[in-house]
Ligand binder design. Structure first.
Ligand SMILES: NC(=O)c1ccc[n+]([C@@H]2O[C@H](COP(=O)([O-])OP(=O)(O)OC[C@H]3O[C@@H](n4cnc5c(N)ncnc54)[C@H](OP(=O)(O)O)[C@@H]3O)[C@@H](O)[C@H]2O)c1
Length: 308
């Protein structure tokens, strides 16, 4: 079976306790300051372009800028496989003015273990740990200089929440054993826990998790081999049966600004933008332990929490 989506340990469940109302008019992005971390490609790029076309001032963080000359989009270059780069990029963002931050950076674990120059397993570093480092730097500053805003600043983390992954403690850097899917599932679990944890940790900000479902992008290149036959066949099949990144961006854009989200920090949403329930097993104690092990791993690179 091709690794096109996480094994379903748990059928994703709608959260029927609440829903948000779509506004009758299109969402107003004019005058908003937005950062899309991972906004140089795939889903992040589609979201950045959608918002910029509607008047937002968007900074995209990534390695390769593909939107030079597009009005409303500025670029901050960073290799987010490195925690020191994540810290630098976050410090360079004008967090105090930002209305929205969206995290979409990611890869898929390679068939053989890859390690960054800082000694971290590469998928963990790119898809999950840099978000922790960036949040730690950004979250305390978020919204500090916004005036007249009707909502708190919002952070959306794109991953695969609600899919039943609780993560496996004790080998987060995959040094004792390595299996690509198991490693990637730790990034999936980590990203879901990051939202649940941050919602409690930073009450002046609103945090949300987005599960886009399958979308044809470059996310599987590192596993399938960029440009390989396997990759082309997989992405073509995904493209036949699933929405494009642009269609997903258009569908989810109203959610980003919906007033009803204000009272639901920590909420997670499926590919249609409907609320879903968190994965089982994500107890407070488990989240604390997972976060502590993640932070200990980051500390090995010499990056200490900014808030310590
Ligand atoms: N597509 C799907 O089917 C799917 C399904 C479920 C969840 N998701 C999640 O959605 C999110 C976005 O994925 P996507 O499909 O949009 O992937 P994508 O098309 O591969 O885009 C990934 C983004 O991450 C950036 N990136 C990768 N390595 C980086 C590095 N070392 N430093 C800085 N930036 C780096 C890329 O920028 P550069 O090109 O500039 O390096 C690109 O902007 C991920 O969290 C993914 O897990 C995707």
């Amino acid at each position: 079976m091709l690794p096109i989506e996480p094994p379903r340990a748990f059928p994703m469940k709608r959260d029927h306790r609440w829903n948000w109302r779509r506004s009758a008019t299109s969402p107003k992005f004019e005058g908003l300051d937005v950062a899309v971390v991972g906004g140089t490609g795939g889903i992040g790029r589609a979201l950045a372009r959608h918002m910029a076309a509607r008047g937002a001032k968007v900074t995209v963080v990534g390695q390769t800028f593909r939107d030079a000359g597009t009005p409303g989009i500025a670029f901050l270059q960073a290799d987010l496989s490195l925690m020191r780069e994540a810290r630098r990029a976050a410090a360079a963002l004008p967090a105090e003015r930002l209305d929205l931050v969206i995290f979409t950076t990611g890869i898929f674990a390679a068939p053989e273990r890859q390690q960054t120059a800082e000694g971290l397993e590469r998928d963990m570093a790119v898809s999950y740990l840099n978000r922790l480092v960036m949040l730690d730097e950004l979250a305390p500053r978020l919204g500090g200089q916004r005036t007249g805003a009707s909502a708190r600043p919002r952070v959306f983390s794109v991953g695969f929440p609600g899919s039943g992954q609780a993560g496996t403690l004790g080998n987060l850097n995959a040094e004792r054993s390595y299996q690509a899917m198991a490693v990637h599932m730790n990034t999936v679990a980590g990203n879901e826990m990051l939202v649940l944890d941050a919602a409690r940790r930073y009450p002046h900000v609103r945090f949300f998790g987005l599960n886009p479902g399958l979308i044809k992008t470059s996310i599987r290149d590192n596993f399938l081999g960029k440009g390989s036959l396997r990759s082309r066949v997989t992405e073509t099949l995904i493209g036949w049966f699933t929405p494009t990144a642009e269609a997903y961006a258009g569908r989810i854009a109203p959610l980003l600004l919906a007033p009803d989200l204000e009272a639901h920090s920590g909420a997670l949403f499926n590919r249609k933008g409907e609320p879903i329930v968190p994965s089982p097993g994500l107890t407070d104690a488990h989240i604390r332990e997972f976060m502590a092990e993640s932070e200990a791993l980051i500390a090995r690179t010499g990056i200490q929490p900014a808030t310590a």
